[in-house]
Design a protein around this ligand. Structure first.
Ligand SMILES: *Cc1c(COP(=O)(O)O)cnc(C)c1O
Length: 348
């Protein structure tokens, strides 16, 4: 399967912008090629457009080759690029599970590409044949998210494999929450599927949401297309440096993940004892999807107490559901205390 067959014609023929830092890659002591200010050392130079040092580091941690990595301004940049590279506006379409991460549809809408949501089954199970049935000859990409947001569950590997093996187009697997799950990453399959794009991010487990660094992993051919279309300097120097620091301290990330996972089950247990809580879905992520008696009222009460959770009740299959991020032990206790108070008020 050659991903270049699915590329928009204008992108295939695109002569990309060539920046000064692309044309010269050796070591130089005098830089008079990019109209930079020679003063303000540290920030005066344009960043490495291909983030070579950062990718070397990521490649070591993730056990992939640097040429299989794209770094972007959050995963959202990679999601948008999938549409800009592969989907002809008003002609092509994409298929995605529902409910899932909202940015896929927003990116589709912005790019004027038809978005085909396919409802998940009971307990948010993936049904591969339904996903495939929604696709046609103009379907350029299928979006899978595992663990899924907002449901929190891992999708079954066998079902995902059926999609991978039977769809003639790009398969995007969003693994934003993979560090919190026991599921194996799809990164191992990159060499087996030239049409696979795996998304990960430094925004969640690595604790760097403010820094904006998302990662796309794919075949060299797909990464070359990403590099051709992305803004040349899409990841700034401060972000590249900070990301390197974080990646040099994997243990810190692992400790955070451990603390968050250790807090997740007690939080679920405490929530279960509350009369306002009807159901807690199984989570493989750093949040819980919680079905309550009245999501709007519960949210309003919590907001008055200064506690914000995500009301997902208007989303298909998420009737009266709140998405609650696992916080620090103090934050989790504050949530439970407030919900107890809310339960007592209801019973008055
Ligand atoms: C949070 C999240 C992301 C992360 O997006 P960034 O732009 O990298 O911060 C990606 N996918 C899903 C499903 C998410 O929930």
């Amino acid at each position: 399967m050659n991903p270049e067959l699915f590329v928009r014609r204008n992108i295939y023929h695109l002569q990309p912008y060539s920046c000064a830092r692309d044309e010269f890659q050796g070591v130089a002591s005098v830089h008079l090629d990019a109209n930079e200010n020679p003063y303000n050392q540290g920030l005066n130079r344009y960043p490495d457009p291909l983030q070579r040092t950062l990718k070397e580091k990521i490649a070591g941690i993730k056990q992939v080759r640097p040429a299989q990595i794209m770094a972007g301004n959050g995963s959202d940049e990679a999601i948008d690029l999938v549409f800009r590279i592969f989907c002809e506006p008003r002609e092509d379409n994409v298929v995605a599970m529902e409910p899932t991460y909202g940015m896929y549809k927003v990116a589709a809408d912005i790019n004027d590409v038809e978005y085909r949501p396919v409802p998940l089954e009971e307990n948010f199970r993936l049904n591969a044949s339904k996903m495939l049935a929604a696709a046609d000859s103009r379907t350029k990409a299928i979006f899978l998210c595992s663990p899924n947001n907002p449901s929190g569950n891992l999708m079954k590997r066998e079902e995902m494999l059926i999609v991978m093996q039977n769809f003639n187009g790009i398969v995007v697997i969003d693994e934003a929450y993979i560090d919190f799950s026991t599921g194996p990453t799809w990164l191992k399959e990159l060499d087996n599927y030239a049409n696979l794009i795996v998304l990960q991010t430094l925004s969640k487990a690595w604790g760097l949401a403010s820094m904006r660094c998302g990662l796309a992993f794919a075949s060299e051919k797909i990464i070359a297309l990403f590099n051709k279309v992305k803004y040349p300097y899409n990841v700034n120097t401060l972000t590249q440096n900070k990301a390197l620091d974080a990646l040099n301290a994997v243990n810190r990330k692992n400790e955070w993940v451990e603390m968050i996972l250790k807090a997740r089950e007690p939080l679920a247990e405490s929530l279960k004892t509350l009369p306002v809580v009807e159901k807690i879905y199984k989570s493989d992520a750093n949040f819980l999807l919680v079905k309550v008696r009245d999501a709007d009222k519960t949210c309003r009460f919590l907001t008055e107490k200064g506690i914000i959770v995500r009301n997902r009740s208007k989303i298909p299959l998420c009737d009266n559901c709140l998405r609650i991020t696992v916080g620090t032990p103090d934050e989790n206790s504050a949530l439970i205390a407030a919900l107890k108070e809310f339960s007592n008020e209801l019973n008055k």
